[in-house]
Write a protein that binds this ligand. Structure first.
Ligand SMILES: [Zn+2]
Length: 390
């Protein structure tokens, strides 16, 4: 449930003391249910003020309590609408039980050691993992806590510490073994957190530069290592597409799959390859539809049902056009664009970025030129088996 971790991460990052019933209602059902059943959000005192929902002014008013016989009612005063009833439910408020959350995350790393606050309310040591004979502390750092990390270096030696941050796509913190976002450090499965040790392993390998080929986004830059030569490139659309192709060599990848990776709804890609372009709700809706169609397509192919297959392919094509409009950050989203045009622009972005890579890193550029087949569909088909850390 990636939305759950995103919501959790946002709540931690904002350091909000209180969550109103309105905010809780705005969450998707499964995220809300998980927050409450895991007891990460617990009831706190009721609200004394609410936003008026009778007009469009979004003004905040003090709640007045009215007693009529045995019944109690709540009202606020709206300049437009007069007295407005407030259902008692709207006055409920919630607070985040951070120590509960920290201990749940800690349990997701392993039973070995308990969580502890290193800097109250900002930095927690969640536990430790052993990778290649080295014991690494896993620390959770919220928001501004990152600035204070140096003050606890005696307790958390940087080269032996993995930093988990609540910010999305966090920059590497200098000197630390690895830095990753809470949303990629953990997964939630059947109500339990699971620490994603493989992601840490991948980052560490990059750090020690002992692996061969790397095509990996680190914040705003992509690290590209090939044949012993490493270069860094600023993020761009085509690079995101190329990275998606490298994940599945020899597979035919359609334009819609590339766009899905860019939009952050492709299950093989942890986050949108060019940052978070879609809001959570859009990502959920597109993601659901995309995954359903991909599953149906597999089934239709498996059953050799050509009529069904064609129908799904048409729907995927329509989704591709919608996605292209949704993720196009250069403002062409209002224009009508047909499927052919979308394919051309995807193909063009790939070509442009291979050219860009070739200028800085000729060996890699030539390899990509020779191995990437583009056109209606795409395929990364290297002559010799080439493994990538993506
Ligand atoms: Zn009002």
């Amino acid at each position: 449930m990636p939305q759950f971790l995103r919501t959790l991460s946002d709540l931690l990052e904002s350091s909000r003391a209180t969550i109103t019933q309105d905010e809780l209602s705005a969450l998707t059902d499964d995220v809300r249910d998980a927050m409450l059943s895991l007891k990460i959000l617990v009831p706190s005192r009721t609200a004394t003020h609410v936003v008026c929902d009778a007009c469009h002014e979004d003004h905040v008013e003090e709640v007045v309590r009215i007693k009529a016989g045995n019944d109690v009612a709540f009202r606020i005063r709206c300049p437009d609408s007069g007295w407005v009833d407030v259902p008692a439910d709207r006055l409920r408020q919630w607070t985040m039980d951070t120590s509960r959350m920290v201990s749940l995350l800690s349990a997701g790393i392993g039973p070995a050691d308990a969580a502890e606050a290193v800097i109250p309310d900002q930095v927690w040591r969640l536990g430790s993992v052993e990778i290649a004979g080295v014991v690494l502390s896993i620390v959770l750092v919220r928001g501004g806590g990152i600035k204070s990390l140096g003050t606890v270096a005696a307790k958390l030696p940087p080269q032996r510490t993995v930093v988990v941050r609540t910010a999305d796509a966090p920059d590497m913190v200098d000197g630390y073994a690895a830095t990753l976002a809470l949303t990629s450090a953990f997964a939630l499965d059947s109500g339990q957190f699971e620490f994603q040790i493989n992601r840490v392993r991948a980052l560490l390998v990059i750090e020690s530069a002992v692996v061969g080929n790397v095509f990996h986004r680190r914040g705003e830059f992509w690290q590209m290592s090939f044949e012993g030569d490493t270069k860094y490139f600023k993020d761009s659309v085509g690079i995101g597409y190329i990275s998606r192709l490298l994940i599945q060599p020899h597979r035919i990848i359609s334009s819609v799959m590339l766009l899905a990776a860019r939009a952050g709804i492709d299950s093989l890609v942890a986050a949108g390859t060019s940052g978070e372009i879609l809001d959570e709700e859009a990502r959920r809706q597109y993601g659901q539809r995309y995954n359903d169609l991909q599953e149906d397509l597999e089934k239709a192919r498996h059953n050799s049902d050509l009529g069904w297959q064609e129908k799904i392919e048409n729907e995927l094509e329509a989704l591709m056009v919608q996605l292209a409009a949704a993720v196009d950050i250069r403002g062409r989203s209002r224009e009508q664009s047909d499927a052919e045009r979308v394919r051309r622009s995807v193909s063009e972005a790939v070509r442009r970025d291979i050219e860009r890579i070739t200028k800085e890193h000729p060996a890699l550029g030539h390899h990509l030129t020779n191995s990437i087949v583009s056109g209606t569909d795409f395929r990364y088909a290297p002559e010799r088996q080439t493994d990538w850390l993506t």
